[in-house]
Design a protein around this ligand. Structure first.
Ligand code: WT7
Length: 648
């Protein structure tokens, strides 16, 4: 299969940090001498005590141990703020664009970012938060989200952000899982013209947490919210009194920087732990190279800080590089489908980074919404979160980019801290749908799924592993190192297993083919089918449930649920609605089932294992090729499921 290629203009390539020859040279150096390469890159960060060691890593199952720059000390907030003050104190660090275009944007300078971060840090200290303590953020996309993240790093506290769209139950699980001391939240979260009652949700969550957990409440809308004097602290009142200086804590490179919960193929979400030194080196380098960021550029990543993309490419990467980063509170379609493009025009955005699901949704609204905005400032377009279909890629390229903006299709994961595969704008002729090339220091290997043998050569497909470590890699699962080793280092010994499948085409370029485990990707949000199943079976009328993904035009994948009811329960339309609402309240709206099929029985092996392969095929409406069903305990249930399938 050949694909058209899109080369960068000669002008763009000549001005880029990395052109084709430079990529080859740097990539080869990074693989040949990782220590030398990353020693040099370590210098992009200001260290309090310079490191002497670079890489110290064991991938041996049973003894996985990942260390970078381990004897160096530093502070991340000082790297993202203080070191820029002498030269860029008055430069805008954050452009905050509110949900409604009728509300004024804010331009927050590096000096203001410093002062506000220090205020927040002092408030947290007064609440008893210190080095190593956990702070959960359940907060809208407002500047205080960045202040809170940076304030934690300033005092050495470990933040764990919970996406504001998650339910009270999901929040409680994460507060308890990380044993957080404080939850930072806001009165309400405006999004798409509607206000989510965040404080009320947080209150509900805290009912299931220790009484010692305090909450710090930011006023966003100013509406009346329930208040508990014993637990709630008023951020705005306290910050007004707080000092605007706070000495940055000296942190070890391997001290945890943040925890971020993410879904896996089994069980409940796990707390991905990133540490300080390696993460900030990697976030900073990838931000600069992948987006060809240059001094003075206005950079906009549309993600939410509740996801890793927001951590690395709204806050840490751009601010470490002294960039101006746009933070947007709203949605792509409010008040209408021109919102993204109006914001690009208004703030003269140079790099724009979003998800395929948003591109597909906007593509469906027609070109007029794009064409009425002046997008001449755009230079680089980025995409992340799921495979992008060529149709959406072409629309992004032609209509949004006017054919002039290289598209970087960045493949990475919560676990990887930053991009692992992506074209570089000045170096690679891109192909619609391909993540193209490994980033510096990344050595992808394609393995035979069953045997784990390396598949050499081009024009091959298999599971994707990474041979060696990189500085931005996660270090452990919070509180469960064994789960870390089991998830990522046990199936294919000696490699980091990504959970993705991939193809290396005839030219040696990489195409991510999607997850090979029971993780689904809904609108770029990662979801463990096991989580949705456990929410469903928690309902009193549900006996059993199996959840799989199926192709969905806008979301990429939709959530397809097979539900077996308790005997005597009626399968009604009403109950379908009830179950949908149930899952939304248990996990959050992003986990809302798209299709629920009543299943009198589920296909199981004689040992009682659900055969998901079959359920996936039926959900994909591809039941012609079910494969071997001879090991099923009751082959007849399959006929019933096909007969009554939802996705015709
Ligand atoms: C999974 C990670 C880290 C960014 C946000 C998602 C899928 C991510 C791409 C891409 C194809 C992609 C993979 C990966 N994915 N980017 N450019 N092309 N697939 O982070 O929630 O940790 O999900 O998202 O399947 O494993 P995440």
């Amino acid at each position: 299969m050949t694909s058209p290629t899109y080369a960068p203009s000669a002008e763009l390539a000549s001005k880029a940090h990395v052109d084709a020859a430079k990529y080859e040279e740097m990539y080869a150096a990074s693989i040949k001498d990782p220590d030398g390469f990353w020693r040099e890159q370590g210098a992009r960060i200001d260290w309090i005590k310079p490191f002497t060691q670079v890489k110290n890593v064991s991938y041996d199952f049973g003894n996985v141990n990942i260390n970078w720059y381990a004897d160096g000390t530093l502070n991340v907030s000082a790297n993202c703020i203080d070191r820029h003050l002498a030269t860029r104190g008055d430069q805008t660090a954050i452009i905050w664009e509110p949900d409604s275009p009728d509300e004024a944007a804010q331009h927050i300078t590096y000096q203001e970012l410093h002062d506000n971060t220090c205020r927040m840090a002092n408030v947290l200290k007064d609440m008893g938060v210190g080095k190593g303590d956990r702070v959960v953020l359940y907060i809208p996309m407002i500047p205080e989200a960045a202040y809170a993240m940076l304030a934690c790093t300033r005092i050495g506290a470990i933040h764990s952000i919970v996406f504001a769209g998650f339910s009270p139950d999901a929040l409680a699980a994460r507060v308890n899982g990380s044993e957080a001391k404080v939850v930072i939240t806001a009165d309400e979260a405006p999004r798409g013209g509607r206000n989510t009652p965040l404080k009320t949700n947080a209150d509900k969550a805290l009912e299931a947490c220790s009484d010692s957990v305090k909450s710090l409440v930011v006023r966003r809308t100013g509406s009346d919210v329930p208040w508990n004097d014993a637990r709630d602290y008023d951020y705005n009142a306290l910050a007004a009194q707080a000092a605007t200086t706070c000495a940055p804590e000296e942190m070890g490179a391997e001290d945890p920087l943040f925890i971020l919960y993410t879904s896996g193929s089994t069980g409940q979400p796990k707390g991905v732990v990133h540490t300080t030194g390696g993460y900030i080196v990697y976030a900073s380098l990838t931000h600069q190279m992948t987006f060809d960021y240059h001094e003075g550029d206005i950079f906009w990543c549309t993600a939410d800080v509740g996801w890793v993309t927001g951590h690395s490419y709204i806050v840490y990467g751009p601010l470490a590089n002294g960039a101006t980063t746009v933070m947007f509170e709203g949605t792509p379609t409010y008040p209408d489908a021109s919102r993204f493009w109006q914001v690009c025009e208004k703030h003269k955005v140079n790099q724009f980074y979003t998800a395929p699901t948003a591109i597909r949704a906007l593509m469906g609204q027609g070109d007029e919404f794009v064409k009425k905005a002046d997008l001449s400032s755009l230079r680089i377009l980025g995409t992340v979160g799921e495979p992008i279909n060529p149709e959406a890629w072409n629309w992004y390229n032609d209509v949004v980019g006017g054919g002039n903006c290289p598209i970087v299709d960045t493949w990475w994961q919560t676990e990887t801290g930053g991009h692992l595969m992506t074209p570089l704008p000045g170096a690679h002729a891109t192909k619609p749908g391909s993540a193209m090339k490994p980033f510096f220091g990344i050595e992808p290997v394609v393995l035979e799924p069953a045997s784990g043998e390396i598949i050499e050569g081009n024009g091959v497909e298999g599971v994707l592993c990474i041979r060696d470590s990189w500085p931005g890699q996660m270090r452990t699962v919070w509180g469960d190192h064994e789960r870390f080793e089991k998830t990522y280092f046990s199936d294919y010994k000696g490699y980091y297993f990504t959970g993705d499948g991939c193809r290396r085409d005839e030219d040696g370029d990489y195409w991510i083919t999607g997850r090979v485990d029971d993780v689904i990707n809904v609108s770029g949000h990662r979801m463990g089918t096991a989580e949705v199943e456990s929410a469903l079976v928690a309902h009193e009328k549900v006996a059993e449930a199996a959840v799989v993904g199926y192709p969905h035009d806008i979301k990429g994948q939709g959530i397809y649920c097979y539900v077996t009811l308790m005997s005597g329960e009626e399968p009604t339309e009403e109950l379908r609605k009830e179950l949908r609402t149930w899952v939304r309240t248990e996990i959050g709206p992003i986990a809302s089932p798209d299709l629920i099929q009543w299943a009198p029985g589920l296909p199981k092996t004689r040992s009682g294992k659900i055969m998901r392969r079959i359920l996936r095929k039926i959900a994909e409406n591809d039941y012609g090729s079910l494969g071997d069903t001879s090991t099923l305990a009751e082959p007849a249930v399959v006929d019933d499921l096909i007969e009554n399938r939802m996705n015709r």
